[in-house]
Write a protein that binds this ligand. Structure first.
Ligand SMILES: [Zn+2]
Ligand SMILES: [Zn+2]
Length: 388
């Protein structure tokens, strides 16, 4: 641990402050102002991205020919979950909770920003601090990319708390990390009739259920079995009474994939199957696909550098290479289209059956706070290594 006792205490307090004051995606106004203020106190000029994203830049160039640029990204939005942790710093914003560890990410990066700006004369290059809003709805990263502030970077690093890895381990594998994530909504429009006269109806409920069943054939019959993907239908709404055939059915779900090709195939087949089935029964359909985020693929070179940094800091036992890729999505992937980068799962659990072993998005999710300290050290040390 390279942090002083004072720095450690300050960082834990910061994480608890964020935890106690969570705000949902695109509504992170107080959190954004708080971060903005802290960064200004470090002598950094700060810029808003969208309404609540915060961007700051630290530049110290000693040799223009070798100077590099690194992005450090932390997300800071919370979830609409009623917290059930019983922590004395539990959420005071009822029904909103930091159940994905973004309180830890924001605190870790803010603390690293303070240390890096205090010792800026040892750097050669630029650190771009990306405090990203609205990760949970995959909107924030796109706003940063569109703003242009994250172009021309040599490297980028993100961390994420991980309750299925023990504290003291970090997943440092290169390649596929997490999946693309898109949302689909299928609206079937039929014709209502009395339950006793089905021949006068175009039964939207029946057609909707045929669509749900057939969507499962995309993965089993249309995608190369060597590839992986998910088509999950998670909600279906139709009908108002037991004796009225409904005229509408709305189906919602999500697709996940590790390649753009599979992602496009899943989404276009959902459209084709829904429209084909609806047409066969004389119904109309609208299929809306909202593209949330790309697959997240860690760069091999960046992964190697981050691992070297982590080993320098915490010793060789830190490395975990067998942590599986996951079908979760994270819009950090949007930053990786033109920058080599790495997304590190930081172990935050004390093991099975403890209060730090609940999965992400669980109302009792909590972390071993040592993981926040380690994440903060990794941000700082990797920036220093790239900007040597
Ligand atoms: Zn989450
Ligand atoms: Zn998250």
């Amino acid at each position: 641990m390279t942090l002083t006792k004072h720095e450690q205490d300050e960082l834990i307090q910061l994480r608890r402050f964020f935890h106690q004051n969570p705000e949902c995606s695109m509504q992170e106004t107080r959190t954004a102002s708080f971060i903005e203020n802290k960064l200004q106190k470090c002598g950094l000029s700060v810029k808003r991205i969208g309404k609540t994203g915060i961007y700051a830049e630290l530049s110290h160039i000693t040799d223009i020919n070798t100077a590099k640029t690194i992005g450090l990204r932390a997300d800071f939005d919370a979830l609409p979950i009623l917290e059930a942790t019983n922590l004395d710093y539990a959420s005071v914003n009822k029904g909103v909770m930091h159940a994905c560890g973004h309180d830890a990410h924001a605190a870790a990066l803010l603390s690293a920003a303070k240390r890096l700006s205090k010792n800026r004369e040892t750097l050669n290059g630029t650190v771009k601090f990306i405090f990203q809003h609205a990760e949970e709805i995959c909107q924030g990263a796109k706003e940063f990319v569109q703003s242009g502030v994250v172009s021309n970077m040599d490297r980028i690093l993100a961390v994420h708390m991980c309750s299925s890895l023990p504290v003291g381990k970090m997943s440092l594998r290169s390649g596929e990390c997490s999946a693309s994530c898109d949302k689909f909504t299928i609206r079937v429009h039929g014709k209502s009739a009395h339950a006793a006269t089905p021949h006068h109806a175009v039964d939207a409920l029946y057609i909707g259920t045929q669509i749900v069943v057939n969507l499962q054939s995309i993965l089993s019959r249309q995608i190369n079995p060597i590839e992986t993907g998910v088509v999950s239908v998670c909600s279906i709404h139709s009908g108002t009474a037991y004796n009225i055939i409904p005229d509408t059915c709305v189906i919602e779900g999500t697709t996940r994939a590790f390649s753009q090709a599979v992602r496009e195939q899943l989404n276009s087949n959902i459209k084709k199957i829904s429209e084909g089935i609806a047409m066969a029964y004389n119904a109309e359909t609208e299929v809306e696909i909202i593209e949330y985020t790309l697959p997240l693929i860690n760069d091999a070179e960046a992964a190697k550098e981050v691992e070297e940094t982590a080993i320098e800091l915490f010793g060789p036992s830190i490395s975990e290479h067998n942590y599986s890729k996951v079908m979760l999505g994270d819009d950090f992937a949007e930053f990786l289209t033109d920058t080599k980068g790495m997304y590190v799962w930081v172990g935050s659990s004390d093991g099975e059956g403890t209060n730090t072993s609940y999965p992400l998005h669980h109302p009792q999710f909590n972390i071993n706070e040592k993981a926040v300290l380690m994440a903060s050290e990794l941000y700082e040390a990797y920036a220093r290594n790239i900007l040597k």
